[in-house]
Design a protein around this ligand. Structure first.
Ligand code: SAM
Length: 314
């Protein structure tokens, strides 16, 4: 069984924010499109609640789940949570995006718990730029990358949000680093969410030049049809994926995702907060499995491409 929305897009991926707490302060952070809460000291969803949402999703054909936040490793129970979600029959891919600060201690336990893949945010290899962008220490992120490699994750990606005037020139160095580490580099365009208009106009840039360079060097280019039609450039000894959402209808037409906010709302689109479906409150009020499934169906009907092709005029 696979759910499709009104545009025929299948629903295959769930991205769950398991906390809003974070140990960094990245200037560009979109906070997964969530409005910042005043008090983020306590988790909004318990472990069994998150697992039940994940089970409902998998029963409806979703087979890939990504844990995010905030910083997912800030949750004390993150390894138990991973173990419980990884055990859901029918789930084939469980991954996480993390800033890597706590991976030194947690990479091995997470791998043992059943986490399949990890994306580590690394916007630059420049000490000063890293500190200015994130408020953290580059050294800790690099230790995290090494820990993930040593823990034996078969697929590790470095997430680099590319910012005009900040780290654009670091792209070649990041490609070399990814090659040396044997990991994939993911170049991400800045999304205009939870950053000021000023910040966005100053730092957003299309990755046109970078893609031209990658196209020149690639021995093979793949398209991730079930993930925004993203392009993967296979260079002779390193792989670089590009995330290009801005004004990109193709990206939205091939979106197969639903999100869950840290306070338990089904969120059909990163860019919008006007079409959320609360699933946590009904669950706490005793909703049956069938009722939870209906909430997913309802949220799925609210999925629609944010960037749509213009209707051709008659
Ligand atoms: N703390 C975790 C981390 O750093 O990966 C998870 C949360 S973070 C919001 C998830 C992903 O979103 C990271 O890969 C980050 O690079 C990306 N991201 C954050 N803000 C962004 C923005 N404004 N535009 C595009 N990607 C962004």
């Amino acid at each position: 069984m696979v759910l499709k929305d009104n545009c025929g897009r299948p629903l295959l991926n769930l991205r769950i924010s398991i906390t809003q707490r974070c140990n960094l302060k990245c200037t560009y952070c979109h906070r997964e499109g969530e409005v910042k809460r005043a008090n983020v000291s306590a988790e909004k969803m318990t472990l069994p609640e998150i697992v039940r949402i994940a089970e409902t999703a998998v029963s409806l054909g979703i087979y890939r789940i990504k844990l995010t936040g905030g910083e997912p490793l800030m949750r004390q129970d993150v390894c138990e949570l991973v173990k419980a979600i990884a055990a859901i029959p029918g789930l084939s891919d469980l991954s996480m995006t993390t800033n890597g600060m706590l991976l030194d201690e947690l990479a091995v336990p997470l791998r043992k718990a059943g986490l399949k893949r990890v994306n580590i945010s690394l916007p630059t290899l420049n000490l000063e730029t890293y500190s200015k962008l994130t408020g953290g220490k580059l050294e800790n992120a690099l230790v995290g990358v090494k820990a993930a490699i040593e823990a034996g994750f078969p697929l590790i990606k470095l997430n680099m949000v590319v910012l005009r005037g900040v780290n654009v020139d670091d792209v070649p160095e990041m490609i070399n680093f990814a090659r040396d580490m044997g990991v994939i580099l993911q170049l991400i365009e800045l999304d205009p969410i939870n950053v000021s208009n000023d910040y966005y106009s100053k730092h957003h840039r299309f990755l046109t030049e970078q893609e031209a360079m990658l196209r020149d060097k690639a021995v093979k280019i793949e398209t991730r049809r079930l993930m925004h039609n993203r392009l993967i450039y296979h260079l002779p000894d390193v792989t670089v994926e590009v995330v290009h959402p801005t004004e990109n209808c193709d990206f939205c037409m091939h979106c197969t995702r639903m999100r869950v906010t840290s306070d338990g709302k089904l969120k059909p689109c990163l860019m919008r907060n006007d079409n959320l479906t609360d699933i946590l409150t009904p669950m706490r009020n005793g909703a049956t499995d069938e009722e939870l499934k209906k909430l997913f169906l309802q949220a799925n009907q609210l999925r629609e491409p944010y960037n749509k092709p213009l209707q051709t005029q008659n």
